[in-house]
Design a protein around this ligand. Structure first.
Ligand SMILES: CC1=C(CCC(=O)O)c2cc3nc(cc4[nH]c(cc5[nH]c(cc1n2)c(C)c5CCC(=O)O)c(CCC(=O)O)c4C)C(CCC(=O)O)=C3C
Ligand SMILES: [Fe+2]
Length: 372
């Protein structure tokens, strides 16, 4: 970790850090406009939209995601200040106010010319990486046409930055320690992430035909957490990678198994305790609050399974420190310096995405922060 007086903590050429997120409604009348923006032209059936609208209604029409972003911005700004940087931390979304383009316009008016983006999404795939790069490209085009040219870089996808796996490892270790089931043969750890269409997973990755990097990165983190937590606790832990929040048409294959099916299968085999670790999500947003804390918790209760939900990384200091480290790394790269890129487990993702990686399978759209 860099110390406050360290000359290596230099964030030039950046004028601001920008957190880019998904967006969410904050009042009942914002729910349907939000859902229409999210699903515009994507063939999500109406029944699914009504169902998801109901999830938001259960929480008074307010998604937790914006408050999570506000907390993250505050935590990042505090960590930057602790390291001696005064860079402002801004926030923009894809699907709800504050929209990315508006945040960037305000930044330009305030004098910013080059920014570095952190997305609230750790893994490789179209939905979790390239789509945000398309959002950036779209916003930059609009602003260029307005006579407000900006340069935007992005930190590398951070599923393979050690701080992310380590923070998740620590949280899972604590949850297993506290779950109250000392018998390893009666306990499973379910690592949960957002399901995506199989075609999107098949094409996730660096663009050289490797593919399935989304599933692979999750698998690797799940495995190292099981191993390391097992060593720390001197236990023989087992578990699986499972999925939530499947949408799309039922005929289209998405990644599985669904967490609820997994819980049923485990209960049928005599398991009594499941520790649910949402490694696919950086904070408690709607997928976590509804799909896990509401739906999966009900499934578990109906099965007589005890479910312990692991916290998301949120504003965990190790996680936030890792993001700030990545901002420093990206700044050094922007200055043309070479710097060792920390990675665990697996390889560091490129700071500039490779041509053709994680393609948009519906329509080709310009994407920023990549070599294509
Ligand atoms: C990989 C991934 C992440 C993680 C990476 C990232 O964070 O970006 C993510 C995050 C999120 N997804 C979210 C919400 C929604 N996602 C939807 C639909 C979809 N997600 C997909 C994938 C992902 N989504 C996909 C392939 C679709 C199908 C349609 C499409 O191809 O786009 C729909 C439509 C209705 C439905 O069908 O569920 C909604 C409402 C929210 C906000 C939650 C809140 O309000 O707290 C967040 C953070
Ligand atoms: Fe989603």
């Amino acid at each position: 970790m860099t110390s406050p007086s360290s000359p290596t903590f230099d964030l030039a050429p950046y004028d601001a850090v920008l957190v880019l997120s998904f967006g969410g409604p904050e009042a009942p009348d914002e729910v349907m406009p939000f859902l229409r923006r999210v699903t515009g032209g994507r063939g999500i059936p109406d029944e699914r939209l009504a169902e998801v609208a109901h999830h938001y209604e259960l929480f008074g029409g307010k998604s937790p995601i914006n408050d999570q972003c506000r907390r993250l911005c505050t935590a990042l700004a505090q960590e930057l200040q602790r390291l001696g940087s005064q860079l402002p931390v801004l926030w923009g979304n894809r699907n709800g106010p504050p929209f990315l383009v508006d945040t960037l316009r305000d930044a330009y008016e305030a004098g910013a010319r080059r920014l570095v983006v952190i997305t609230t999404s750790a893994y490789s795939s179209y939905s979790s990486c390239r789509q945000y790069r398309e959002d950036i490209a779209g916003a930059l085009t609009t602003l260029r046409e307005e006579g407000r040219p900006l340069v935007v870089d992005k930190i590398r996808q951070y599923a393979t930055h050690p701080s992310f796996a380590r923070a998740n490892l620590r949280l899972v270790t604590e949850a297993v320690r506290g779950c109250g089931q000392p018998d390893d043969s009666l306990l499973r750890v379910a690592f949960v992430t957002h399901s995506i269409p199989e075609g999107m997973d098949d094409t996730s990755g660096p663009g050289d035909g490797e593919g399935s990097l989304y599933a692979h990165q999750h698998d690797e983190i799940a495995h190292v957490i099981l191993d390391e937590a097992g060593i720390t606790l001197d236990r023989d832990l087992s578990g699986a990678l499972v999925f939530c929040s499947r949408s799309g048409s039922p005929s289209q294959p998405w990644l599985g198994p669904d967490i609820n099916d997994y819980l049923r299968e485990q209960a049928a085999q005599g398991i009594t305790d499941v520790v649910v670790a949402p490694i696919g999500f950086v904070s408690d947003h709607m997928e976590v609050k509804f799909d896990l804390d509401t739906e999966a918790a009900e499934t578990a209760e109906g099965l007589g399974l005890r479910m312990t939900r692991v916290p998301t990384v949120g504003v965990d200091p190790e996680f936030v420190g890792g993001l700030v480290d990545l901002v420093g790394e990206r700044a050094a790269q922007a200055r043309g310096e070479t710097r060792a890129m920390q990675a665990w487990p697996g390889e560091a993702m490129p700071p500039v995405c490779r041509a053709g990686c994680c393609p948009n399978l519906r329509q080709a759209r310009p994407a920023a922060c990549g070599s294509d």
